[in-house]
Structure formats: structure tokens, C-alpha cells
Design a protein around this ligand. Structure first.
Ligand code: 13P
Length: 251
């Protein structure tokens, strides 16, 4: 049985104090509502150590939103996978479309990040997804296949088993334009088939594939009802504890 998961990606939101308050609110809310899935929050680097203390003893797991593509050394301003792990974080988002688009993270950089995360005991949440023009040109399947081949299909099956995939169509992120449940299911099934071709049916069946892109308290249940949608990677709606809890309850 593959893991079901709802993960929040805070992106570049919340001061440290606001982030600690949000994590505290979420922890309290989840005392009333025992989650049936893995609950993860991905916070900015500077929040990690403090939020780790807040959520200790709760069902909430911690993720970073990124890590460096170098192990250590003279890389001013970067944060390594080992540093992330030392805060208590267990997961690391890698390959988010915002990192690909704004910080020019290409397949080979992301390959390094995934390997460093794994070497340091972090489970990658690896994001893939097409932009609007690619969907309009009907090449969205090829795009996500290339993204998988470019950065994670170099892994051994044992390493790949540590990876959670997140299908995030870029045209749906922060736009309010959610993929329809049918569009999400179609892509998730394609992604699972692609994983099966590479690693076999068992690995594919065990792979958690999250949907991300304007997933919210209103539409989460119908997205999660699809057999290949194992949960969500939630941006905006993860910044409000009640909304995030509603999404968790939908899984
Ligand atoms: P929104 O939920 O704000 O569309 O963001 C999705 C996302 O990018 C999560 O990583």
C-alpha cells in the first residue's frame, strides 16, 4: 500500500514568528482530527529548526522547499541537504516549477539535488509538470517523461522508492485554474505507467503521486477520489490552518 499524503508548501511566505504560530495552530487542530494520511509542511529554511520543535510529538512531518546542489563548502547563501536534515526535516521538495523557471534549475542540477538529499537521509518530493503552451501543443506527457528521465530515472529502484512525485501543472499553480479531476487522473496514470516501464509494476504501484496546483478545501475531495491521485501538494491553501485541515480530512 502506497503512502497517502497531504503536504503544504509555504513558499516564501510567513516571518519566523508567523510560521511558528501557523505550525502551532496546525498541531493543535490535528489533536481534534487524527489524520488518515502523512501530513507534511515544507517551510522556508530559516523556519525549519523552530518548526521542528513545535511539531515534535505531533503527526506533522517537516520538509524543506529546496536544498543545494553541492555537498558543502564555499557556496555563499546556499543550504545543504545535510544542514536541512540536521534540523529534523525528513523531506525536501526538489524541482518545483518556480525553482526551474526563476532560478534556472535544469535537469542536471536537480539530479544532483536529489542524490544529495538521498545521501543525507532526506526523502525528495520531486515536482514535475508542463506549462500551458506545452499542454496546448499536446506534449504534456512527453514533458513530464523528460523531467523524470532527466533527474530521477538515474536512481536505483531502492533509491527511487524514497521519492514522492508531485504532478504540478504550471498553468494551475496559484492561478485558481485547477486541473479537472479527469485531467489529474489521466496524468497521474501516465506518470505511474512511465515509472512502471522503468522500475516495474510493484515500484510504480508503491509510488506516491501528489497533485498540486490550486488544490483547495473545496476541490480536494474530488481530486483525491481518483485512484492514481495519492494526495496533494498545497500552496496557498496550506497557509490557513482550517483550510489545510479540511484538505487533510479529504484524504
Ligand atoms: P497553489 O496551491 O498555491 O496553486 O500552489 C501549488 C504549488 O505550487 C505547491 O507546490
Amino acid at each position: 500500500m502506497r503512502t497517502k499524503m497531504v503536504a503544504g508548501n509555504w513558499k516564501m511566505n510567513k516571518t519566523l514568528q508567523e510560521g511558528v504560530a501557523l505550525a502551532t495552530e496546525l498541531k493543535e487542530a490535528l489533536k481534534q482530527q487524527t489524520p488518515k494520511c502523512e501530513v507534511v509542511i515544507a517551510t522556508p529554511f530559516i523556519h525549519l529548526a523552530s518548526v521542528a520543535q513545535v511539531i515534535e510529538g505531533s503527526p506533522i512531518r517537516l520538509a524543506a522547499e529546496n536544498c543545494a546542489d553541492k555537498a558543502q563548502g564555499a557556496y555563499t547563501g546556499e543550504v545543504s541537504a545535510a544542514m536541512v536534515r540536521s534540523t529534523g526535516a525528513e523531506y525536501c521538495i526538489i524541482g518545483h516549477s518556480e525553482r526551474r523557471a526563476y532560478y534556472h534549475e535544469d535537469y542536471s542540477i536537480l539530479r544532483e539535488k536529489v542524490l544529495l538529499a538521498l545521501e543525507n537521509g532526506l526523502k525528495p518530493i520531486f515536482c514535475i509538470g508542463e506549462v500551458k503552451e506545452e499542454r496546448e501543443a499536446n506534449i504534456h506527457e512527453q514533458v513530464v517523461k523528460d523531467q523524470l528521465e532527466g533527474s530521477v530515472f538515474n536512481l536505483t529502484a531502492e533509491q527511487f522508492a524514497q521519492v514522492t512525485l508531485a504532478y504540478e501543472p504550471v498553468w494551475a499553480i496559484g492561478t485558481g485554474l485547477t486541473a479537472t479531476p479527469a485531467q489529474a487522473q489521466e496524468m497521474h496514470a501516465f506518470i505511474r505507467k512511465t515509472v512502471a516501464e522503468k522500475y516495474g509494476a510493484q515500484v510504480a504501484d508503491d509510488t506516491t503521486i501528489l497533485y498540486g496546483g490550486s488544490c483547495n478545501a473545496k476541490n480536494a475531495a474530488e481530486l483525491f477520489a481518483n485512484p492514481d491521485v495519492d494526495g496533494g501538494l498545497i500552496g496557498g491553501a496550506s497557509l490557513k490552518a482550517p483550510d489545510f485541515c479540511t484538505i487533510i480530512a479529504a484524504r
